[in-house]
Ligand binder design. Structure first.
Ligand code: DON
Length: 304
């Protein structure tokens, strides 16, 4: 498969079409971005890397980090984690409060904001310094020690993240947050702010395509079975109320973020990161989705 030629061609074709959607301006720091940027990187388990477009530009991970937070918690706690958060698709927007009261404060899955706040709370109990644990993971799996939190993005969200403030307090009132709500929010916002580019993101997520271990130094966070399970949660819950659509159109486990990034995984083959800041009404990158749909349709490289 000539991945370089394929990603360049599809990238060009997507660029020819009108760009749609809005940037996530509910986080003020994200509002001013050049919203026509569009980057792609595919990292293959054979060690080859393919890149095109604005793959070097940094953007914030946002909800993509929820997969790494979940992995850190699951690696330490195993199945006990599911007492605090479920693994069912919610069919609701990422920031919904809707089902929490009915579900006694147990979020439906770890990729909703509610679920990620509970996972952040769990991490505060499991790790002495969860932020450092996250950065260590990203540094070692991407092979790049330079990746950092973006203070401006984190502060911007801390100043206006009213939904998450409501969610964490609601969860606390229902007994599913054990730490101080401000500590949970600070951890969550900081983690969402990690600044990364497409290559660093594809490399970081390659272990999900390689049974839980890195391809070069065989560093392992999750065992094979745990990796299977997290890939399954990405497939069923990675795109909120668009998860079914993503499975239908793209057919890969994946995760999006309102920074405009999407990362997807084909087990035993590759991870692919795409980034373009304009989001559809469900909060997922418009061009990123277009690219991935065309890529898996033309190459047949999906799990189905
Ligand atoms: O909590 C928030 O609203 C953001 N920090 C992350 C949301 C997000 O990325 C949703 N994904 N598409």
């Amino acid at each position: 498969m000539n991945y370089q030629q394929i990603i360049e061609r599809i990238h060009q074709e997507v660029l020819l079409h009108k760009n749609y959607g809005e940037v996530a301006d509910y986080i003020p720091e994200l509002a001013g971005i050049d919203d026509d940027q569009f980057g792609v990187c595919l990292a293959h388990v054979d060690g080859k890397i393919y890149r095109t477009g604005d793959w070097q530009t940094h953007f914030s991970l946002q909800s993509i980090v929820k997969v790494l937070l979940l992995s850190l918690a699951y690696a330490r706690l195993g199945g006990q984690l599911w007492q605090r958060v479920g693994v069912e698709p919610s069919g609701t927007p990422f920031n919904s409060l809707g089902t929490l009261e009915h579900d006694d404060g147990i979020p439906r899955n770890p990729f909703s904001n509610a679920g990620a706040l509970v996972v952040s709370d769990v991490l505060l109990d499991l790790y002495q310094d969860p932020k450092a644990a996250l950065l260590d993971l990203i540094h070692s799996f991407s092979g790049d020690e330079g990746i950092q939190f973006d203070r401006n993005v984190a502060e911007s969200e801390k100043a206006e993240g009213y939904r998450n403030v409501a969610l964490v307090n609601f969860l606390k009132s229902l007994g599913n947050i054990h730490n101080d709500v401000d500590d949970v929010l600070a951890l969550y916002f900081d983690c969402c702010s990690v600044a990364i580019n497409c290559e660093q993101l594809a490399k970081t997520f390659l272990f999900f395509a390689n049974n839980g271990q890195t391809i070069d130094d065989h560093h392992r966070l999750l065992n094979r079975s745990q990796t299977k399970r997290i890939n399954a949660i990405m497939l069923t819950c990675g795109f909120y109320d668009e998860a079914g659509d993503f499975a239908y159109q793209v057919g890969l486990p994946g995760k999006s973020g309102v920074g405009g990034g999407i990362v997807a995984v084909l087990p035993k083959e590759f991870s692919i990161a795409v980034w373009s800041p304009r989001l559809n009404e469900k909060g997922n990158s418009y061009r990123g989705l277009k690219f991935l749909e065309q890529f898996t349709t033309e190459t047949g490289q999906s799990i189905f």
